[in-house]
Ligand binder design. Structure first.
Ligand SMILES: C[S@@+](CC[C@H](N)C(=O)[O-])C[C@H]1O[C@@H](n2cnc3c(N)ncnc32)[C@H](O)[C@@H]1O
Length: 254
């Protein structure tokens, strides 16, 4: 286990949830109405911004051939703002669900987004969902993937996710490169993908939301996207942590 990532294990996160540490305290304060600002440091709270993010994501994933038909599960969904935006971006008939360790965040999510279903629990145990239930499992800035360099921890979550995906389904984990995270483990995970239940593993640049907001889906046209991808890689080399990446783990179609 990497020392850097020990707090991101489900066991340590559950302890933090029980004592209201870190993000969990922020969710509780938001729910009680005593502090509505601090959760902004931990996730997306603004619906308009979430919708730009979700449309950007959906266009990138469609470009990569991922199925957006649903059902879709958002792991580490927090108060559900992104979960709900993904539903809107995919079409409001899409079945979008969320799971988070914070019971407080889930209560807020249920109150704010009645069209999505939310559950409290750890995403390394998705036993309450049927095997093969989802076409896509999405994770944005999901701590076990962003704050740990431990390939074993990443593999543990991915293997669980694979069992809940239908054939041809994908995991899309969105995060910056910077601290510990999937960037550290991708090479090791790519070698193990058949054992984890996947056919392939890849990383793709997500066009910055500011550019997507101005230009829309044209940013994923071949020429533009190649330029943005190359520019992001260059930028990343001298200003690490500025670009967002999608880590895509895909199951075989049959
Ligand atoms: C940085 S926040 C991101 C929230 C949301 N995805 C967003 O981008 O707005 C990370 C979230 O992961 C959740 N989390 C961490 N470990 C988890 C686990 N094992 N199972 C479910 N949720 C978890 C935390 O409770 C927190 O809500």
């Amino acid at each position: 286990m990497s020392g850097r990532g020990e707090w991101a294990t489900p066991e340590r996160m559950a302890e933090q949830a029980a004592t209201g540490e870190g993000v969990f305290g922020a969710y509780e304060a938001f729910e009680k109405g005593t502090d509505e600002k601090t959760i902004g440091a931990h996730g997306i709270v603004d619906d308009a911004y979430a919708l730009v993010y979700a449309r950007n994501l959906v266009d990138l994933l469609r470009r990569q051939g991922a199925s957006m038909a649903g059902p879709i599960l958002d792991v580490g969904c927090g108060i559900g703002t992104v979960t709900n935006a993904i539903r809107t971006a995919c079409g409001s008939g899409t079945d979008c669900q969320g799971i988070d360790l914070s019971a407080s965040a889930i209560r807020v999510a249920r109150r704010r987004y009645a069209d999505c279903a939310f559950r409290a629990g750890s995403a390394d145990d998705l036993g309450t969902f049927a095997d093969g239930a989802f076409s896509l499992i999405h994770a944005r800035e999901f701590y076990p993937f962003t704050r740990s360099a431990d390939a074993g921890l990443h593999a543990r979550f991915l293997a669980e996710f694979a069992t809940k995906l239908m054939p041809g389904g994908s995991v899309a984990a969105v995060q910056i490169i910077g601290r510990a995270g999937l960037a550290d483990s991708l090479a090791a995970l790519a070698k193990q993908v058949p054992g984890l239940g996947f056919e392939s593993a890849a990383r793709r640049v997500m066009v910055p939301n500011r550019a997507y907001r101005r230009l829309g889906r044209t940013v994923y046209g071949a020429a533009f996207y190649e330029i943005v991808s190359a520019a992001s890689a260059t930028f990343e080399s001298f200003r690490p942590g500025r670009a967002s990446y999608v880590y895509l783990f895909s199951k075989a179609a049959v």
